[in-house]
Design a binder for this molecule. Sequence first.
Ligand code: NAD
Ligand code: USQ
Length: 400
Amino acid sequence: MRILILGGDGYLGWPTAMRLSARGHEVSVVDNFSRRRWHVQHSTDSLIPVRPLAERIDAWREVSGNEISSFVGSIEDAEFIDAVLTDTAPETIVHYGEQPSAPFSMISRKHALETQRTNVLGTLNLLFGIRDKVPDCHLVKLGTMGEYGTPEIDIEEGFIEIEHKGRKDTLPFPKMPGSLYHLSKVHDSHNIHFACRIWGLRSTDLNQGVVYGVETDETALDERLTTRFDYDEVFGTVLNRFCVQAVIGHPLTVYGEGGQTRGFLNIRDTLQCVELAIGNPPELGEYRVFNQFTEQFSVSELAELVRRSAAEVGYEVEVRKYPNPRVEAEQHYYNAVNTKLLDLGLKPHHLGEELVRSMLETIERHRDRVIERAILPSTQWKPGELEVPEIAALRAPRPR
Ligand code: NAD
Ligand code: USQ
């Protein structure tokens, strides 16, 4: 199959490109390197050094004998994306190419605008490109579980049957996201659904939970093929952050009460899910949603798992509750359905002490690269409300 991966230089995009290339697909990637630029702007970096995209592609050719083509440009650039679609004629597009951080979207007006411009306009521009150049193509779009928020009812996979005043309909599940980033994904979902309903395009919206882990079969082949691994307060996700904190002796940064519960999955399962979506495409005109996670954990449960796993290999770890820089429920009901990918054959990798210890081992090899200043949370959902002296003293000057 001809497959185009948008955001192919990223944490998930690069391992996906290698996996699909290893399976014999004809793979092209698009990236504008904005993620690398945002790190430069914030004086942060991936814990594991990542080679430039062109070097990684050369290394992949050398290791696997397979070719990956690359295009450097922005998804929201109409001329660029149309030219790439014409050139590559993809049968499937996997769209990872967005600003992925909730805290980034809440730093300032400028960051919020950049997030929604990149994500919402990028995806809308892509939809026009698909309509005009490759209307049969299957769009596999990375959405997020956070689109739903934390309602008092079970979360269904995209749609819910509603009975209202004696009449019934199946409608999009209500959305109540907790950041301007998560909200950008809601806007994307509406635009994609619209393009399927009105133009007859086809798409799978993968509402993914929080991803953890650093290794896939392909990244493990050669150190030049590793993917990025972030732990800073803006781009690091919670389990990846806790593991780095455990290794360097920083208290684990539980925000608030730690009862926040989310869906999680191993990076290996991200690749499995994307492969399953690609291999089982929807009909033309169909818009479907899969909830893409394998297990639910609260933040406190994760902190305890990391503390226990790290203690067994000699790290002394303190779990500490910090005033929550976000506005979110800290104790709440959470029960999300995730059967569609399991029905297609997903075999989950479950999270346990062994996996955490292997992450600690990888982190230990790079511990001298940790930028400690970037760990404590300084991005606040309501600026000025939470002045924590310990955090304020360490806060890095931030570009506005
Ligand atoms: P990432 O930042 O590592 O990857 C995104 C890539 O897209 C980057 O390389 C970036 O340079 C590129 N990009 C961004 N905007 C672009 C644009 N306009 N044009 C071209 N390239 C652009 O992020 P990730 O963690 O790999 O996430 C990938 C996708 O999955 C995102 O859409 C994110 O919202 C979603 N997601 C991630 C997670 C997670 O835990 N990592 C969980 C759920 C959903
Ligand atoms: N949290 C802590 N301590 C930390 C970091 C986070 O307690 O040091 C808490 C947060 O307050 C939140 C939870 O952990 O309640 C998850 O936070 P996160 O930063 O790991 O994840 P989130 O901001 O939700 O975003 C990440 C990815 C995003 C993806 C989303 C999936 O960055 O791209 O869309 O996970 S989901 O959460 O299901 O929406």
